[in-house]
Design a protein around this ligand. Structure first.
Ligand SMILES: Cc1ncc(COP(=O)(O)O)c(C=O)c1O
Length: 411
């Protein structure tokens, strides 16, 4: 029997052969051999494609899907998504270059994020991508770069709405924020854009991230469309597109249930129906990162040593916090809980006890799994952290203690 500590929605859907975890149909050990060493991240193409297909099946057909590259900017992953989604959202010039290299049409790339630098604004104008402006002064700076380059700038306004995404793991709107322009200031910002000769393309309203509660996303979507409709009425001309954000979460911890996507999709269809006339034919964009890649990623690390300390078993592995900060519990968690973690070469063996799986850093924070129920372990076993496709490789302090970087492969 699983204890509550081990029970996780994701564990029941794992593919195995002869006790080995299969990723993209291939045994984990074989993938580690192909990479040449551990630790490594493995991303599963088919799982990403399946996720996009599930979204297309549940969301209204007219809704466009954008991938927020920040979740996983590995160029091969981004290239895979280029053939699946309708656009990309980037958060830096480097991400912009990855998006363009992947073959995405610049017309379908938007650039959001506070504190954009002059060089980033200039690059965005030169590339022909849309800048989601986060402040009135950013509008002025963008217009200056456009004049200087003698090119038209493409611009949307990021709105800080006066409501939040309830229950989001990370709230990004609805209070004083560095993100976006307060909703009450948007009409004036629209006039300012007009006066600066910037043809405003649309609005971007992103309320939060990592939400598993369908009813909260449904409410945020309804309020977002209501706000977009009210602002459209004050716009100089109809908008080309309205990015209504996303925030769809994935289950990381015991007891968490996957998001009810069908409910979100059907309510979004109803809300679009209600506001259709007032939205003036604008394209509706949903922007997702984690939901597209999170469940498609696996972090593999190998046991290098085993020891007992005061009655507890410790399994030391060759990776840890420096590669996978969020799994260690140090990226936004208040009380640390285990991600779903399995022994990838012993999935046919029943648990015989518990182990603390820890990395090589000289800090008690470097936890891969705490008191995990495990079969009898041996040096050389492969530990796998599931739900690792988003905010792993690039959201971790890889230089800390100067260990080698993990590898990344796409299967
Ligand atoms: C503007 C914007 N778009 C998209 C995302 C991606 O969020 P998620 O990966 O939770 O879908 C974020 C996350 O912070 C964001 O700030």
């Amino acid at each position: 029997m699983d204890t509550p500590k081990d029970s996780h929605a994701r564990l029941s859907s794992l593919a195995t052969r002869d006790g080995q975890l299969l990723i993209g149909g291939q045994p984990a050990e074989r993938l580690a051999a192909r990479a040449g060493r551990t630790p490594l991240y493995v991303y599963d193409r088919a799982a990403m494609s399946a996720r996009v297909a599930a979204l297309r099946a549940c969301l209204p057909a007219e809704v466009e899907l954008h991938y927020a590259i920040k979740a996983n900017p590995m160029p091969a992953v981004v290239a895979h998504f280029a053939g699946l989604v309708d656009g990309f959202d980037v958060a830096s010039q480097r991400e912009m270059l990855v998006a363009l290299d992947a073959g995405m049409d610049p017309a379908e790339i938007s650039f959001a994020g506070p504190a954009k630098q002059e060089a980033e604004l200039r690059a965005a104008v030169a590339a022909g991508i849309c800048v989601n402006c986060e402040s009135e002064t950013e509008l002025e700076r963008l217009a200056r770069q456009a004049r200087d380059l003698e090119l038209p700038a493409r611009v949307a306004l990021r709105v800080n709405p006066d409501f939040e995404l309830k229950g989001a793991g990370m709230k990004m709107a609805g209070s004083p924020r560095q993100f976006g322009i307060d909703a009450a200031r948007i009409p004036a910002a629209m006039r300012q854009a007009e006066a600066l000769g910037l043809g405003l393309e649309g609005l971007h309203i992103f309320c939060g991230s990592q939400n598993l509660r369908a009813e909260a996303i449904i409410e945020a979507n309804a309020r977002t469309l209501e706000l977009a409709a009210a602002l459209t009425a004050q716009a100089p001309r109809p908008f080309r597109s309205l990015n209504i954000g996303g925030g769809y979460g994935i289950p990381y911890f015991p007891g968490e249930q996957p998001l009810d996507l069908a409910a979100v999709g059907s309510a979004l269809g109803d809300a679009l129906e209600r506001h259709r006339a007032a939205l003036g034919g604008a394209r509706i964009v949903v922007e997702l990162g984690r939901y597209l890649v999170g469940e498609a990623g696996y972090y593999l690390t190998r046991i290098t040593d085993l020891k007992e300390s005061q009655g507890q078993l410790f399994a030391m592995v060759d990776g840890g916090l420096h590669h996978h900060l969020s799994n260690s519990g140090n990226f936004g968690q208040v009380l640390r809980k285990n991600y779903p973690v399995v022994i990838a070469n012993r999935l046919h063996e029943a648990p015989t006890g518990t182990a603390n799986i820890v990395g090589p850093l000289c800090t008690p924070l470097d936890i891969v799994a705490d008191k995990l129920r495990v079969p009898t372990l041996a040096v050389g076993d492969l530990v796998c952290v599931l739900q690792s496709g988003a905010y792993g490789y690039t959201a971790s302090p890889q230089l800390f203690l100067s260990h080698p970087a993990p590898l990344e492969i796409l299967v």
